[in-house]
Design a protein around this ligand. Structure first.
Ligand SMILES: Nc1nc2c(ncn2[C@@H]2O[C@H](COP(=O)(O)OP(=O)(O)OP(=O)(O)O)[C@@H](O)[C@H]2O)c(=O)[nH]1
Ligand SMILES: [Mg+2]
Length: 672
């Protein structure tokens, strides 16, 4: 038997699904957390009489007529896939809005059980719903539930009610009139009639205490947090605090301790291999333990950040940030909702890109998916931390600067896309529901952090490990499979593959093949930049920023890499702002559904990373040493060619739009 979980966004579907199945799917206190269908068997303890029940968690939807792709998944599923029953999760604190969708679900002929979720909040606010009366009016079982509680009686009842209905659909309390669905006016009139029907029911079954104190104080907080000026300042302060705590305070503290353990382990492995061949030692002790360890050492920084962001998501702040950012984002042709993919993107770009699915306008959606990865993700944190530690004595401004540049590039990129796609002619609307504030759950934040940590470790133990081994082997052998000596490192396979790319990077200040190799492996996974640098330069003690700082500016790592602070900054930015890893590019592909947009995105990201690094290196050198850097002219030519391509593309599309819209205007003019 299959039961679909459907209902409005943020009503608690995924929380209930997790409680019943033992899964750990993403939950958050804003609309649009779930963006795809998830299936899992419900635990046996919740039901009798049937062999197996599969629960299907769906994205939230307000209506059967979808506005966004993720809403389409829900209406498509319940309409076409014939689940055996639907548990309609209704936010009991917002009955009138929720029942619109409920009445539509009741028309499908599939048995529906309504779960009045978040009943605990109603109890606190003294709102009462007469479930018996409601059940009679809707012709279906109504069950009060609290998905966040350890007491699962309500959930059990809801599942059993669905089993009991045994395939018998109810008689719909409200039937849509036979209207032409393409006739906008008729549809609107019909929707209004349905709303009237729903409101009448709610009036009869709900008794509500008017405006509780809590609600008033929430409104007051909202007026500050969503204020045009204060809201932005608060958001900047909150994000700064998140980065400061995770990257400069708590994160490094735990990291130092972890690195100590990794080094002890590495020493132990080296001891075991003392009498074995040097090649085996190099691969196992340096390549695997050293390279992977270098990446894992940064895990605490990432974990602390995930934890803090999970708290922010859960308390209801994220939705406010969207409201604050909407006017600014609109100006550059994005939507306020774009901020959610970007914040999720600070964890990992892939769910970030996927979260753009909740944006209604196709152009805004694609633009968001294209730009999200400019914000440094968790995998880029090790790279930033390494460079901040080795070249800038662990200064926290390096971190802040990278996020700031990331945001700036998102804005500039958005303006560019706006220019190319002729956005000025189009309108977009922004609707964001503000969920109530709540105390964030530490348990959920821990879960979310551990889940992410698990993914990070798995990645380190698979992709990063394999890459490090391959890099180590390619560096050890030449094309004749002879071991290359230390003085002939330039003849290795790795050097010969990376060298042609390194030439292209000379105008950016870092023409060494080792650095090119690390940047290339970075496209497989960004942590590889750190792993590969560890391998090619045989350095593993990256994390101890204190120790590095002790040796002053000419510290070990900086000297080994042969970079100045300016070239180090340029190299760091190149790695951060060129295209993300292949997996994220794959996610972009599936969200954009357009080869033109995908290639546009990759081109934009390559061009941006290259140009930013070029500017930082050339002007940084001019500023610090009084002269321009190497290969200024070839670099300038490359940048100018890229700029010219952009100008040509936007001119062409502008001409196209001008023609299109002048025809359009004439058309409407004639008809007036
Ligand atoms: N007080 C209370 N909070 C709940 C209950 N169920 C869920 N929540 C909270 O409601 C918020 C939304 O929960 P989700 O499970 O993500 O909601 P969803 O319906 O899956 O949302 P979308 O995936 O965005 O459609 C979270 O902050 C939950 O902790 C409940 O019974 N009581
Ligand atoms: Mg959900």
């Amino acid at each position: 038997m299959r039961i679909a979980f459907a209902g409005n966004p943020n009503s608690g579907k995924t929380t209930m699904y997790n409680a019943l199945t033992g899964e750990n799917e993403r939950v958050g206190n804003w609309a649009g957390v779930t963006i795809g269908k998830k299936e899992s068997p419900i635990k046996k303890e919740f039901y009798d009489f049937v062999e197996e029940i599969i629960a299907v968690d769906l994205p939230g939807a307000y209506s059967m007529s979808p506005f966004t792709p993720e809403e389409g998944i829900t209406s498509g599923y319940v309409r076409d896939e014939n689940p055996d029953a639907i548990i309609n999760i209704v936010d009991a604190t917002n009955l009138s809005r929720s029942l619109f969708f409920t009445t539509q679900l009741l028309e499908l002929g599939i048995p529906v059980v309504v779960a009045l979720n978040k009943s605990d909040i109603n109890e606190k606010q003294n709102t009462e719903i007469d479930t018996e009366a409601l059940s009679k009016k809707l012709n279906c079982p109504i069950i009060k539930t609290v998905s966040t509680s350890s007491d699962k009686t309500g959930l059990k009842e809801a599942v059993n009610a669905a089993v009991e209905l045994n395939g018998n659909g109810q008689k719909a309390p409200y039937l849509q009139a036979d209207i032409d669905l393409h006739d906008k006016k008729a549809v609107e009139a019909e929707d209004r009639k349905r709303f009237d029907f729903v409101n009448k029911i709610v009036k009869e079954v709900e008794t509500r205490k008017v405006l509780t104190k809590e609600r008033n104080s929430q409104d007051k907080v909202d007026s500050v947090l969503t204020n045009k000026v204060a809201g932005i300042l608060i958001f900047a302060a909150v994000m700064w605090a998140v980065f400061w705590i995770s990257q400069s305070k708590v994160g490094p503290l735990i990291a130092d301790w972890l690195v100590g353990w990794i080094e002890t382990f590495q020493g132990w492995v080296s001891g075991l291999l003392e009498n074995s061949s040097p090649l085996l030692q190099a691969i196992l002790a340096d390549g695997i333990v050293g390279g992977v360890g270098a990446v894992v050492g940064f895990l605490p920084l990432v974990m602390v950040m995930y934890f803090l962001i999970a708290l922010l998501e859960d308390c209801g702040y994220m939705a406010r940030v969207s409201v604050v950012m909407d006017p600014i984002f609109k100006r550059v042709g994005l939507s306020g909702k774009s901020i959610i993919p970007i914040i999720i993107g600070t964890g990992c770009g892939i769910p970030g890109i996927m979260a753009s699915r909740t944006i209604r306008d196709e152009r805004e959606r694609r633009a968001t998916a294209m730009l999200t990865t400019f914000i440094p993700c968790g995998a880029k944190i090790p790279v930033i931390a390494l460079f901040a530690g080795a070249f800038f004595s662990g200064a926290s401004w390096v971190n802040a600067l990278m996020y700031f540049v990331g945001i700036l590039l998102i804005f500039l990129g958005a303006l560019l896309i706006k220019g190319i796609t002729g956005y000025k002619y189009r309108k977009s609307f922004f609707i964001m529901e503000l969920p109530s504030y709540k105390l964030p759950s530490l348990k959920r934040a821990c879960f979310s952090m551990l889940e992410r940590a698990k993914a990070y470790i798995i990645k380190a133990a698979t992709i990063i490990l394999v890459c490090n081994c391959v890099v180590q082997l390619m560096q050890t052998f030449n094309w004749k499979f002879q071991v290359v000596g230390e003085d002939a490192a330039d003849t290795s396979i790795l050097a010969s593959i990376a060298s042609p790319f390194a030439v292209l990077l000379v105008p950016l200040g870092f023409g060494a093949w080792q650095l090119a190799a690390a940047a290339i492996t970075g496209f497989i996974a960004k942590e590889n930049v750190v792993g590969t640098l560890a391998v090619v330069y045989s350095i593993t003690r990256f994390i101890d920023t204190d120790e590095l700082a002790l040796t002053g500016g000419a510290n070990e790592v900086a000297v080994t890499m042969g970079l100045t602070t300016v070239t180090a900054l340029a190299y760091l930015m190149f790695n951060l702002f060129t295209p993300p890893c292949f997996a994220a590019i794959g996610a972009m592909n599936s969200e954009m559904k357009s080869a033109k947009w995908l290639w546009g995105a990759i081109g934009l990201q390559l061009g941006t990373g290259y140009t930013v690094a070029f500017l930082v290196y050339q002007f940084g050198t001019l500023f610090t040493e009084g002269h321009l850097g190497n290969a200024f002219i070839p670099g300038l030519i490359a940048v100018l060619i890229m700029a010219a391509i952009v100008v040509v593309i936007s001119r062409r599309s502008r001409q196209k739009f001008d023609v299109e819209y002048s025809l359009h205007n004439k058309g409407t003019g004639a008809s007036v």
